[in-house]
Write a protein that binds this ligand. Structure first.
Ligand SMILES: [Fe+2]
Length: 280
């Protein structure tokens, strides 16, 4: 088939134009669209030894809000509304509420204060909270009725304990103290901001499920290569559900971003985990 010179030029221009748009569109999408484009992750988590009355219990999870110069309150508000629409039985928050300054804590906590679940709302702190003012962040959350678990545990409902360690990166985590009051036979859920702490927790053997964030999934996940950049203590388990010995670990990609404020193939997530009894 012969192609006229005019048609060849026309297709060449279309090709150049499409490539140009693609080059411009990729960064614009990563900077303007995907960081705000929340998705809901529903995950079934099998736990050995889960009492029958807890089978089907649904845990809502938000992590890494990073409210601050790069993440407006509207993003926190949208995440809260999406999670609340799922009516979870229990809600867990796994740290990094603010970026840059604890002055953002009251407005972040005010949005999180709208969360409500029959068995309560529990939180641990993250490294970014410690890099501002952890006391101010914790008190802002507590003032909204959120229980901040810094190396302590509470019985959320009969037979189900929620424990939290303080930040691992800042060497404030004390697993022994966090689990001290948990009866040996009760299934415990541990909130720990940094997911790679899970190897130590699984070796301890007392925790059924660890919930974490921190990695943001890498924020950018390239085809074939995956995330080119992951943070310290967020490299081994960057996202999703992992089984580590007898323990399950779920890692959220989080709600907010740190600089550079982009996401690509790594949408911010609101998570709902449904607990199921599983064989040992
Ligand atoms: Fe974070």
């Amino acid at each position: 088939m012969r192609v006229s010179r005019r048609r060849f030029l026309r297709w060449t221009l279309v090709g150049v134009g499409a490539t140009g748009l693609g080059c411009l569109g990729g960064p614009a999408y990563a900077a303007l669209i995907e960081p705000r484009w929340l998705t809901l992750e529903r995950v079934e988590v099998g736990l050995a030894g889960l009492p029958a009355h807890l089978d089907g219990l649904r845990i809502g999870l938000l992590s890494d809000l990073h409210h601050g110069p790069l993440v407006p309150t509207e993003q926190v508000e949208r995440a809260v509304a999406l999670l609340q629409s799922q009516a979870p039985d229990l809600i867990c928050l796994t740290g990094d509420y603010v970026s840059g300054s604890a002055d953002f804590a009251p407005s972040c906590a005010a949005e999180l204060g709208r969360l409500d679940a029959p068995h309560g709302v529990y939180a641990c702190l993250g490294n970014h909270d410690h890099w501002t003012d952890p006391e101010q962040v914790a008190s802002a959350l507590e003032s909204q009725g959120i229980q901040v678990l810094r190396n302590r545990a509470v019985e959320a409902t009969a037979g189900l304990w929620v424990a939290g360690v303080d930040d691992v990166w800042e060497r404030q985590a004390d697993l022994e103290t966090a689990l001290a009051e948990v009866p040996p036979s009760a299934p415990a859920i541990l909130l720990a901001h940094e997911p790679d702490f899970a190897d130590e927790v699984a070796a301890d053997g007392r925790v059924a499920l660890q919930l974490s964030g921190h990695s943001h999934g890498g924020q950018v996940r390239l085809p074939i290569i995956g995330p080119p950049i992951l943070p310290y203590l967020g490299r081994k388990y960057p996202a999703g559900l992992h089984r580590i010995g007898p323990m399950q670990l779920y890692v959220s990609r989080g709600i907010g971003v740190i600089s550079p404020p982009v996401r690509f193939r790594c949408r911010p997530e609101v998570s709902v985990l449904e607990l199921r009894s599983a064989p040992p």
